[in-house]
Ligand binder design. Sequence first.
Ligand SMILES: *[C@@H]1O[C@H](CO)[C@@H](O)[C@H](O)[C@H]1NC(C)=O
Ligand SMILES: *[C@@H]1O[C@H](CO)[C@@H](O)[C@H](O)[C@H]1NC(C)=O
Ligand SMILES: *[C@@H]1O[C@H](CO)[C@@H](O)[C@H](O)[C@H]1NC(C)=O
Ligand SMILES: *[C@@H]1O[C@H](CO)[C@@H](O)[C@H](O)[C@H]1NC(C)=O
Length: 506
Amino acid sequence: MSNQKMFGFKVLLLILPCLWISDAATDTLTQGDKLNSSDSLVSQNGAVTLGFRLLQYGETWDDKRAGYYLAMWFSELESSPPIWLANRDDPIADNSGVLIIDNTGFKITHDGGDPIQLFSLHSTPTTTNSSNIKLVLQDSGNLVLQDADSKGENRILWQSFDYPTDTFLPGMKLGVSHGRSWSLTSWFTGSIPAPGSFTLEWDPEGERLIVRLKERVLWTSGNSFENIPPSEPQNMNYNFSHVSNVDEQYLYYTLLMDDSTREEKRKNARLILLYDGSLQLGSGEFIFSSKSCAGASTQNGCERWKGPKCRSNGDQYEIRSITPTDMNSVNYSLLGNTGLSIYDCKDICWKDCQCFGVKEDRVLGCQFLSGPYVQGALDGTSYQVIIRHRSRLKNWIWILISIAMTLLITVLLGVLFCLRRRRRIRMEDIDRPFTEYFSISSSSTFVSIILLPVENAGFFGSEMQLPLPKNPAFSAGRRMIETNVEEKEIENYSLNGLSMSVMDPR
Ligand SMILES: *[C@@H]1O[C@H](CO)[C@@H](O)[C@H](O)[C@H]1NC(C)=O
Ligand SMILES: *[C@@H]1O[C@H](CO)[C@@H](O)[C@H](O)[C@H]1NC(C)=O
Ligand SMILES: *[C@@H]1O[C@H](CO)[C@@H](O)[C@H](O)[C@H]1NC(C)=O
Ligand SMILES: *[C@@H]1O[C@H](CO)[C@@H](O)[C@H](O)[C@H]1NC(C)=O
């Protein structure tokens, strides 16, 4: 073989694999490489993909109905929400986005706007030979920008694990380490990935996970993670651990796997802070659902909502059908504010003593209930209403009051009976059934007036009947029967008359 031929053969050998690689997906970009919206990076084992994705918002938000994002997703779950976004705050209007590594770092360029700089070499104190930097998508879901130092060892300049969105992956940290801190922030709505109302944080002092709605602590894991339910204890394969020293306080987790670990728990493991504040595992199970933390509950890690004096223990949000009855019943002042989700609105309403509730189906902006309304109408509108609950102590007070009432009534009736009996003994020969009847009905009117507030408080069932006066009525009845020939007729009549008199005062 001539030298020239040999050279040609060598070049061909060098080019062939390159051709093959450029056809297949790669996990690495080096300086000068570009990734446009029809390309993608795929991690070495194929589990994770990085590329541009169009996300539909489902409504108009920030004058847009959709946006392009540089996104990372589990390759086999392409249609489910991404596990990471590079530009959640800064969507690109069209498919012109290109990820570029150059001698200034790496960035996304796009038509009609400044480039989105993800990392700038000028921001690092260490000197870097920019011709050595490369961007690698790891199987763990970490996108790493690295360079090789003079000894040829890889050095991490930037990694996506340091910029988490709403997804906590094995290998990520929550907390603080050497001055850097990490927390998750939920999406704004189920389909708008901008930062939303909830955060997931590591509380180093309490050694627990915390979900916050703005400043409000909504839920905690407890410091031995007792509020994370082991739905299948033998298969609870999220092993949470934390590191605590002077420089670092953070949480991470590893996956425990054995032969019994189900397939969906082996793959695509992750913990997601949903847009409504709930925590969900990759397998679809919930660690907790924020619906259960509606204000009053302290069960399963929920924290009672604190607020101004007008909110007391036991108050909580419940869904009610509402019909406003006044022009000022509804407060529209924050209706147009598309920077507020219904969860923000609930937080705002709770802090405002003039506010009774929040309209349920509003996705963006708030519609508050702030005046007279009727509850329960079939054609009403669905509102999250702050329902005031009487505390257990107050219930006991009502029970004591009603026992006292019953005793009082019994004594009164007893006294009445004795008095009447004495009078009857005195005037035994005079028979006046109608006068007797009249005085019985007025005493039962008196009884039902006393009981009214108790009934209206909902303490007894609304169908509660007043007890029929016993001894006096019967003795009077007997007296009447003795003196009347048409005994059946009169008995019926007097009973009917009694129940009528019960209804009267209502
Ligand atoms: C992306 O780049 C490839 C080649 O580099 C090109 O064929 C393709 O049209 C580009 N796609 C877009 C959306 O620009
Ligand atoms: C950067 O690295 C390349 C290749 O390793 C080398 O040729 C070049 O001289 C280096 N530049 C500097 C400024 O060190
Ligand atoms: C959980 O992780 C910690 C720290 O990595 C480890 O020491 C512990 O043995 C793990 N637990 C189980 C049950 O494997
Ligand atoms: C409407 O709601 C906002 C926010 O809670 C509050 O600041 C404002 O005072 C309310 N306006 C009226 C008229 O109630």
